[in-house]
Design a protein around this ligand. Sequence first.
Ligand code: BGC
Ligand code: NOJ
Length: 817
Amino acid sequence: MQYGYFDDNAREYVITRPDTPYPWINYLGSEDFYGLFSNTSGGYCFYRDARLLRLTRYRYNNVPTDAGGRYFYIRDGGHAGGDIWTPSWMPMKSALDRYECRHGMGYSRISSARNGLAFSQTSFVPLKDNCEIHKIVLTNESNADKDVDIFSFIEFCLWNANDDMTNFQRNFSIGEVEVEADGARIYHKTEYRERRNHYALWAVNVPVAGFDTDRQTFLGLYNGFDHPETVFAGKANNSVASGWAPIGSHHIKAHLKPGESKALVFVLGYCENPDDKKWEKPGVINKAPANALLDKYGSPESADKALAVLKEYWDALLGRFSVDAEDKRMARMAGVWNQYQCMVTFNMSRSASYFESGIGRGMGFRDSNQDLLGFVHLVPERARARILDIAATQFPDGSAYHQYQPLTKRGNNEVGSGFNDDPLWLICGVSAYIKETGDFGILNEKVPFDNKDELADSLFAHLKRSFDYTVTHTGPHGLPLIGRADWNDCLNLNCFSKTPGESFQTTANFESGVAESVLIAAIFVFTGPDYVEICRRTGREEEAEYAVKAIASMTETIKAHGWDGNWFLRAYDAYGHKIGSNECEDGQIFIESNGFAVMAGIGLDDGRAKKALDSVRERLDTKYGIVLQQPAYREYHLELGEVSSYPPGYKENAGIFCHNNPWVTIAETKLGRGTRAFETYTKICPAYREDDSDLRRLEPYVYAQMVAGKDAQCFGEAKNSWLTGTAAWTFVSISQYILGVRPVFDGLLIDPCIPASMKGFSVIRHFQNAVYRITVDNSAGVEKGVKSLTLDGKPLNGTVLPALGDGRTHEVKVVMG
Ligand code: BGC
Ligand code: NOJ
């Protein structure tokens, strides 16, 4: 069953009933201030770092699910009695005469109605300002006058989300607020008296009848969000929180004649003061930054204008790559939603979603590098800055902090380093950036190692150390040592963990110096040639020669020790035993090494590539995508680690781990098998499963990290939507390898590989300050091959469009055959 539909013209997903099979969320915010926003107005917001600077509280794993957000309670019908309801459905689960939630690019709008009173809530974070705006419009659609009471409600978080959920002996005594304008402006200033120089603001642009800032007073100690005492009593208490749980609630009265509307603008903002300007007078915070925000967004018109600016911003961004094709599901995913998700993964890495609590992982070295692949064409300047941040967390020996905190940009000591694939992703990310922009200058940027300025060297030096790290850390077969894990965080071959609760990844208690990864070898062969090109194009011929030899030798090593007969092996464990081999009982074949080796071109010359992909298809493919390995591990294996800890069919233990499905898609295009490539693309693509939402459960407009595999009880059910490398890699697979518009060092390569039945498509691509309108004609019905290509009417020699950089639009006609 479907719970909504795509409105392609508006670039919105329209949810038509509130009780979706899981909260279906959107992200508000573009750069520093972010909100997670569900279809029933649940969620929370934070400034830059979901762990350290969280403005509003959110209880993960709560019952009922998704309780807490920006809520508006309506009391329709005067002060005695009246009809009390919540127009976003939650938290009261009110029966609604109408309901719709439109998730758009950086904004959401919930519209509903009950008993002749219509409500709409438009929520977004304006560009460049650190606040959420919630514009509310109430309309009297009945024939009689209405007296309406509106109560707003948000619950403040005491900043550090981890402490906020754990340290109650302190927290219940530190909460502080200030109230101004009779309660229209509520300030949350916990810890401002001592070391913080920031506070939060919850304000409305109209006079209020009252306010509350103490949760217990507003709700009643034994009540949930669905039964706030104050709303039922019909009158705010003007409570000023002292300790316990500070909240923000406004009570507004409105009189509406038939047909009349009233608009209110709520601002939920983050404000910072310089240390010497913290106070207006003793004990009173300096409101200057809050006043500036409220002056700017003090009217419905100014809110509308800010939303229009946000929409223009997204029009321009998505204009950089758009698709027109008969297959609307592919076109809307590739042209809109997939790119939108790439922006979100770029911004969030793996920090905050409805599955990532925002207090665990910060930015991942591996993850953020891969996220760049799907993002770099959107805002190359931000990709550049990110690359420099990531590279600064590399160690002098080329290894890297596995994670870093976005706020401090410093590597995270608790997790440390030792994930031996990490260094190579830097080469991958930097190459993608240079191919997109032509900016070789980035290689000369001085970047610290280990965040220490005194250790700074050029970005190129970072790449060299990445490359060398793999060359110099090999095991008995000459394959790269895996370290704590490679891409598959759960292949913990040097952690023999028996102790419940201990980290599979960071407890390296069996440093074998033996366990090797075929995947890292394949990543090396895939990304190495880009390193060679970078060397050549910057006059480092000798280094290029050295790299070519190292890549050739790694390729030989894979062929000699990484091949199992019908597919590529996955790894060798700490005893030198094979993983991902026919000889194994479980875990005989893995997707990662096979996808990546073929992407790297290994075995294209001798039939192994085809054999490997055919084996993947035969053994791992399902109707919902390709599972990570087979047979699933039935028992826990001390020598393998977390991969065997999951029940069969989930996560890395034979789940459909979507992230590496596109590796197979790309690999299939290497073989020229367009039909098969497209099939692997569509199977995990959420838009193709829209009418299967009861099983899939998660948002039909975004990818999920995992879909339960065939061994699992709920085969086909998705988990962990939004923050996944699937976003970037599927975008690469569809845009660069299936539609085949691929940035290379010399320009834009046109190399489509599509199903024979796809008669053509067109793409508009902005590339290095020129626009290419590319039309592909496949009336020949082939899967790969360009018969002719014209640029502005003239035949082009080859299939690489030069970077014209002239600010103009160019017509490109491609005929396949
Ligand atoms: C998950 C992995 C994830 C890792 C992060 C594991 O529990 O299965 O998917 O990458 O945690 O630390
Ligand atoms: C999710 C992690 O974020 C990513 O870094 C890892 O590669 C995959 N899980 C596979 O374990």
